[in-house]
Design a protein around this ligand. Structure first.
Ligand SMILES: [Zn+2]
Length: 316
């Protein structure tokens, strides 16, 4: 039986169940949970356990945690909360957008070795292994550092067979540049998911990515300014109608816990975030699926979303 690395060890692909393919249990910066946990607010572990318990009760079985080292990844926390709540969590290796000050001359070969170690041996001295490799580029396009990361991600993928997720700025069609580099490295686009694709409503671009073989991360819900929540669902419906159901990977890109910024007006970010998405990891089930139903998507298709796609993605 094929397996994927979860934070509690190998997980049978058949046991992935209902899977959210791009979330963040904690979003911070490297080292915050170990050194400055008070920045995450009081009882942050309790809040995580509460959020994941609710998600599990609501029928969510697995979460891909897209938090790299530079976004504050702490796999010990992930393993603890997975054990406590029964939710499977898949951790990632790779990197997000920016090069740390002293990293600019770290070579692709060095990074490739680190990513492979995190997949084959474990992360941060534990035996908790990464199940996915992340690379990122945003509106300015693929920077020199990001190209190094992307090539290291490609090489780690080719040596381990662990798939790739790409943070991408879809309104600027940045996926074209990212995919070209991965193809140069010999990566089959079918092992790649292009994340934040539902920040774009450009059917021609999204269809092009699918035709290359990519999976699409329709993973910002309710999302921010680039597209309204209902526009995101309309483009999802259009892609379902075009026959791509099993390659659309849904998620929220929602942080259960992030750094609290205290300002003269009080503590701001959590309130703002909850105002935007009061349902957290349940938004798709509570808001998006009923909308799709109203638009005429049959239950036979709805039951494939978040189940068949993730299984195929990790299984190929
Ligand atoms: Zn994210």
């Amino acid at each position: 039986m094929p397996t994927v690395n979860s934070v509690l060890g190998p997980l049978d692909i058949e046991d992935l169940g209902f899977t959210l393919m791009h979330e963040h249990i904690i979003t911070a910066s490297a080292g915050v949970t170990q050194n400055y946990p008070e920045l995450l607010g009081a009882n942050f572990m309790d809040r995580i356990v509460h959020g994941l318990t609710n998600a599990k009760k609501g029928g969510i079985d697995t979460i891909v945690d897209a938090t790299t080292l530079d976004l504050g990844r702490d796999v010990t926390v992930l393993a603890n909360v997975s054990r406590q709540t029964g939710i499977n969590i898949i951790a990632c290796t790779g990197w997000w957008c920016e090069a740390p000050f002293f990293f600019t001359n770290v070579s692709c070969e060095q990074l490739t070795k680190l990513f492979i170690r995190e997949i084959m041996k474990g992360i941060a001295g534990t035996d908790i292994k990464a199940g996915i490799i992340k690379a990122a580029s945003d509106a300015p396009g693929v920077t020199e550092w990001q190209e190094t990361i992307l090539r290291a991600a490609a090489r780690a993928h080719l040596q381990t067979d662990v798939p790739i997720m790409l943070h991408s700025y879809s309104p600027g069609r940045i996926g074209e540049q990212q995919l070209a580099i991965l193809k140069e490295e010999g990566v089959d686009p079918q092992r790649v998911k292009m994340d934040h694709s539902n920040d774009s409503t450009d059917m021609e671009y999204l269809t092009w990515l699918l035709e290359q073989g990519c999976y699409l991360g329709m993973d910002r819900y309710p999302g921010r300014g680039d597209a309204s929540p209902i526009d995101r669902t309309k483009i999802l419906k259009a892609l379902i109608d075009a026959g791509y159901t099993d390659r659309l990977l849904l998620s929220h890109d929602y942080p259960l816990v992030q750094i609290i910024e205290e300002s003269p007006a009080g503590t701001r970010p959590r309130k703002e975030r909850e105002g935007l998405n009061p349902h957290g990891y349940m938004y798709i089930k509570k808001i998006v699926f009923p909308s799709l139903q109203e638009m005429g998507v049959p239950d036979s298709i709805l039951s494939r979303l978040c189940t068949v796609g993730p299984r195929n993605f990790f299984n190929s």
